[in-house]
Write a protein that binds this ligand. Sequence first.
Ligand code: ZN
Ligand code: ZN
Length: 368
Amino acid sequence: MAVKIWIAVALTFALSMAGGAVPFQQQTAAPQPAGRWYKGNTHTHTLNSDGDSTPDDVVRWYREHGYQFVVLSDHNFLTSVDGLNALHGADEKFLVVRGEEVTDRFEDRSLHINGLDVDAVVPPQGGTSVTDVLQRNVDAIRRANGIPHINHPSFRWSITAQELQQVRNNRLFEIFNGHPQVNNVGGGGVPGLEEAWDAILTNGTLLYGIAVDDAHTFKAPGNPDVAGPGRGWVSVRAPKLEARELLEALERGDFYASTGVELTDYHATPRQISVNVRATEFSKYRIQFIGSGGRVLQEVAAPSATYEIRGDEGYVRARVLESNGRLAWSQPIMVSSRRSAREGSAAVWFIVAAVGIIRMANRRCTQI
Ligand SMILES: [Zn+2]
Ligand SMILES: [Zn+2]
């Protein structure tokens, strides 16, 4: 009798291990549904480099247009934000974060890396190749306690997907930049930035995609041929409106990028991703869940959708398409079936052992 119970336990365990309910390994922590959403732009210029407006005017624009934070990121210049925060900052309502666009080059390639909340100005570091220049500047930004993001890779067709992928210790890059000359969607045989993102993710390198204005021109509202404000932003989920909290949330992927779609909620667990759009009266929506190779795993023609993660997708990210061309991008969740494979092989061994015990038991039964 004891043998039969043991067989039943072993078989149940083996079958549960071999079944579809095997948990998979998640390589990154799922964004935790805690905190509030804060809308912000991490890339903006002022008169301190080649912008057309004072820091005060720039900050005022974002404060008056529904943002909760803005990073001033002038070329190779660090604008003090203390006075600006004294004037415009307000608890849980608005925050100015210091920053710099470290502006470097390699031969004819323009290599720009934002340093968010750096302690001090970071001079361009130079280097011996595109990747080397990017890496040296990312490292210098880290040494200055800043958070790096790699800007407009296709501006002057400067950074390929392969070069971007080789940079270490960098988690963020711009998949959308509002400047009219940055070639976000690619062309002439060069893939768009979203396609490059999928190629990098498929190769197993985790990058998060941000959307930014790169605003330079505040005095020509509505002119699509200048780099105006209000075109691309991030919405970050953080415990409070504080620079380090916002930047840490960015680096753990707890945000979405947008060119005009707002989400009411977004949840990602190891088993599912759910997206809910704040639908507007005049728009319709499609929500796509995308996995390895840029493959669309599921598309839902509604403003809310849930995707059940199988475990073999490589990664899963969501994209919302609005009927007037506006977009939102959630951040990828990396998934791997390696543990499933390990557990699958363990299950095979259990089944073999259980079958052996059954045979022995049957033989003993026939003997009795
Ligand atoms: Zn730039
Ligand atoms: Zn810029």
